[in-house]
Design a protein. Structure first.
Length: 615
């Protein structure tokens, strides 16, 4: 099944690699004839470029037009590039020039998110004999073609095929192109779902197998850092001649360096009483689960000191933690206390709060971690758009929480260019609210008007509005069990329905959740995987589980792991870490952002679902 890669298109296009760039040309100095395959800076104005081309003839004109088209593509000006390419009759070209022209056309298609058409063009033997053109081309041009095709595969969601293509071409590249290509190999491995990564473990292609095994060691979501380091050392012994052993991914290097930077003493600031006591207990248990799991494996662990924040002076408590020798502080959990701490200009040690503030923290040492539901709404908006949806409907409970998530989704959706065609807050009469959003009454009214006009009896059948590609619902399990049947009843059974993790209470209930069948949702890996050694340890230590606080328990697990790994996210921009709460990355405001796993309800049970591209 194809997987959708969620990274910018133009950042993937390496067609310009190993090409030279000439200084910007002015209208008073005619450009020299460029070599094939090079990119030279095109005139700032398209009209100037077209005027200059009108003075050229034959192959010289074609070569210059393609060089300037590359320049416009590199500057994110695909329309101007297309205007130049439209001056070229590609049907009359032959050999390398025809292949160059096809590749530029494919690049234009990728810039328009039409990856399927780009792949078809790059494989069109019936019309363009692409295989023959590639086989007869110089090695450098062959490599550029293969890399471009790998880009198209990735953008089309075929991550495994793109990965194989990049691994295959890698030995033929020069050093600079190899460096970039290997970065992209690692990016693909980080984007692939765990199930797809595990499927590569049986590959007979040795270089591919080595990459896959390295990624599995790095992406073990519940391994403590020492277990990962041991795994990396074992990998290096077995794969000492592998490309990734000679040129380690930056994230792997940073993980190895993070071991020497981890704190020896960690303070945890949590309330032991009050309204947040239950939530705090779950977080505390998660931290201890990570601690004892590492201890049982014989790995080094920091000393952990717990401080009760209930009715305490936060700053006095923070200073007490510092006096006790804390080199890393986890907490507080209370939003008001987090806001107080965020106003401090110079915090002396790295501090990981367990909630978010509404403003940027004053200290560079303050990092914010939590289970912000807005992250989930934004992730759903990104994924739905990547899968080709453009028209969205939103159903949300008419309260502050529902409005907040609906607003986060709407903002992310519209920022991408998506259109919100329908939205409605629902109350107790869910069926009526769904009917109103789907415009069922207007459909019936139209049918009745037709019957009255023709003076004949007409079979009245409702019809939902047709300007929807999918519906995003904000709902609890109980609300979802009413919403989905109501959508089905009101002729929207065919519409994809997406929701946040709140649709699932964390405990499989086949009988109750049958009404949720078909809903796609995001949730924590901790709740979708139950086979890890840590899960077994936790089940023995807390056989009753943590009920509605299970997700906070997972947050505690990740908080413990972050005390040894936060340096990696800080030092390597764009890096990420797999965790119990999702794939963790750091934004510019020092907020931990989560990318959750995908699942859907099938036969009343939540099942993992790969991120797929829809037609």
């Amino acid at each position: 099944m194809p997987y959708r890669l969620l990274i910018p298109v133009l950042s993937l296009l390496v067609l310009l690699s190993a090409c030279t760039t000439s200084p910007t040309q002015t209208s008073s100095s005619a450009p020299a004839r460029p070599d094939r395959g090079t990119v030279i800076a095109a005139p700032a104005q398209l009209e100037e470029a077209l005027g200059e081309l009108s003075t050229r003839q034959g192959e010289e004109r074609t070569t210059l037009a393609m060089a300037w088209a590359r320049s416009y593509l590199a500057s994110d000006r695909p329309r101007d590039a297309e205007a130049l390419l439209n001056r070229i009759d590609g049907e009359r070209l032959s050999g390398d020039l025809r292949l160059e022209w096809l590749m530029l056309r494919a690049q234009l298609l990728l810039a328009r998110q039409e990856a399927g058409d780009a792949l078809a063009l790059l494989s069109d033997n019936a019309r363009y004999q692409v295989d023959r053109l590639v086989n007869e081309a110089p090695l450098a041009l062959q490599n550029r073609y293969l890399l471009l095709r790998a880009d198209a595969l990735a953008i089309n969601g075929e991550l495994a095929a793109s990965l194989r293509a990049r691994v295959a071409v890698d030995p033929m590249l020069d050093t600079d192109d190899q460096d970039y290509n290997q970065q992209m190999i690692w990016t693909l491995l980080m984007q692939m779902p765990q199930t797809a990564l595990q499927a590569l473990a049986g590959s007979s292609e040795q270089d591919l197998l080595g990459w896959a095994e390295l990624a599995q060691v790095y992406r073990d979501p519940l391994a403590d850092i020492d277990r990962q380091i041991t795994g990396l050392q074992d990998w290096e012994r077995r794969w000492r001649n592998h490309p990734a052993a000679r040129n380690k991914p930056v994230m792997v290097q940073a993980l190895q360096q993070a071991v020497s930077q981890r704190p020896q003493r960690v303070a945890v600031l949590l309330p032991e009483a009050g309204s947040l006591a239950g939530a705090a207990q779950a977080v505390r248990d998660g931290i201890l689960a990570g601690y004892y799991s590492a201890l049982e494996q014989g790995n080094p662990v920091p000393e952990i000191l717990f401080f009760d924040t209930h009715e305490a002076d936060l700053f006095a408590l923070y200073n007490q933690a510092l006096v006790s020798g804390a080199e890393f502080i986890i907490g507080p959990l209370d939003k008001e206390q987090v806001t107080q701490l965020a106003g401090v200009q110079d915090l002396p040690v790295t501090t990981l709060t367990l909630n978010y503030t509404d403003t940027a923290p004053a200290s560079a040492n303050l990092y914010q971690f939590g289970l912000a539901p807005e992250d989930e709404a934004r992730q759903i908006a990104r994924q739905a758009y990547a899968e080709g949806a453009r028209l969205a409907g939103v159903l949300y409970p008419e309260n502050e929480w529902g409005q907040r998530l609906a607003a986060a989704f709407t903002q992310a959706w519209q920022d991408q260019g998506g259109i919100l065609t329908a939205q409605r807050g629902y109350g107790d009469d869910i069926s009526n609210d769904v009917k109103q959003m789907l415009s069922i009454e207007q459909s019936r009214a139209r049918s009745e008007a037709v019957a009255q006009f023709i003076q004949e009896k007409v079979h009245l059948q409702g019809r939902r509005r047709q300007d929807l590609d999918f519906i995003f619902i904000v709902a609890s399990p109980a609300q979802g069990r009413q919403l989905k049947p109501a959508l089905n009843f009101h002729y929207a059974e065919d519409l994809p329905v997406y929701s946040t993790s709140h649709i699932y209470n964390g405990q499989p209930d086949r009988r109750a959740d049958t009404d949720l069948n078909g809903i796609r949702f995001v949730d924590l890996p901790w709740l979708l995987d139950h086979d890890s050694a840590l899960h077994q340890t936790v089940a023995q230590a807390w056989p009753q589980g943590h009920g509605r606080y299970e997700r906070l328990f997972a947050m505690g697990v990740d908080a413990y792991r972050l005390q040894a790994r936060l340096a990696l996210l800080r030092e390597v921009p764009g890096s990420s870490l797999p965790g119990a709460t999702g794939e963790l990355s750091l934004d510019a405001q020092h907020r931990l952002v989560r990318e959750l796993d995908w699942a859907w309800f099938r036969r009343g049970q939540p099942e993992r679902q790969p991120v797929v591209q829809t037609p």
